[in-house]
Design a protein around this ligand. Structure first.
Ligand SMILES: [Zn+2]
Length: 234
């Protein structure tokens, strides 16, 4: 059966070859080019080391929320490979890209050695209206990739986004903080009580959404919060 499905995929590939979502080149049928070509992967990893990205992110969040450790895999820059990938993930239905970025992030989390106590992953939730429109939560796709590498379970139901807020991309820092305050609700606190929770977002800009998320999650008893995002702006 596996051989048949492999042959079928090869046959389909003759007419509709899979292409790299960043440069458009035809992808090789190898695990290393599952959804990104080797050349774009090199560009994705080139800009700056994840180590300095950790420091930048922890500095940004420090003082605004209570967390144990924070980490991100990449820097988010205009026209960068990561920007193009996140765009495909959010607006073109490419959940597989979210899973790939999640696996990258999962490896960074394990390599840092600071997240060994994590019990579960809480993806930043979407409002149900937005979820209906997009069809999936991109942060959940990232969480699936992390879970694939780390084995941590995903907790989807504890936290909900109760207020629908407009896209924050054109807002100033101050507006983002105002727009994000009190938008989440911890509906099932027992699901995360006593646990070490990793909160996952796609991109962290000012940290306002993450701060709002963590403020709500910290209402659960004896909860410790860890933060991870695929990328943060520099
Ligand atoms: Zn490419």
């Amino acid at each position: 059966m596996r051989l048949l499905s492999k042959l079928w995929r090869g046959f389909i590939g003759l007419f509709y070859p899979r292409t790299c979502p960043v440069c458009g080149d035809i992808l090789l049928d190898t695990p290393s080019e599952r959804c990104l070509c080797m050349s774009c992967r090199a560009d994705l990893q080139r800009p700056l080391s994840p180590k300095s990205a950790h420091i930048l992110l922890e500095d940004r969040l420090e003082g605004n929320l209570d967390f144990e450790h924070a980490v991100c895999a990449y820097y988010f820059q205009k026209d960068s490979v990561v920007q193009k990938l996140v765009h495909q993930l959010k607006y073109h239905g490419r959940e597989d890209i979210g899973e790939m970025l999640g696996r990258d992030l999962g490896r960074v989390l394990l390599e840092s050695g600071k997240f060994v106590d994590v019990d579960c992953i809480v993806p930043v939730p979407l409002h149900k209206k937005k979820l209906r429109k997009r069809g999936y939560n991109q942060c959940e796709a990232i969480a699936r990739g992390i879970s694939e590498i780390t084995g941590w379970e995903i907790e989807r139901d504890a936290l909900v986004r109760k207020i629908y807020n407009e896209s924050q991309t054109t807002m100033s820092g101050e507006q983002r903080w105002e727009n994000s305050a009190g938008i989440f609700s911890l509906d099932l606190p027992n699901k995360i009580a006593g646990k070490n929770v990793l909160v996952v977002d796609d991109i962290i800009t000012t940290g306002a959404t993450m701060a709002s998320c963590c403020a709500e999650l910290s209402k659960a008893q004896d909860v410790r919060l860890f933060v991870a995002s695929v990328a943060c702006t520099c």
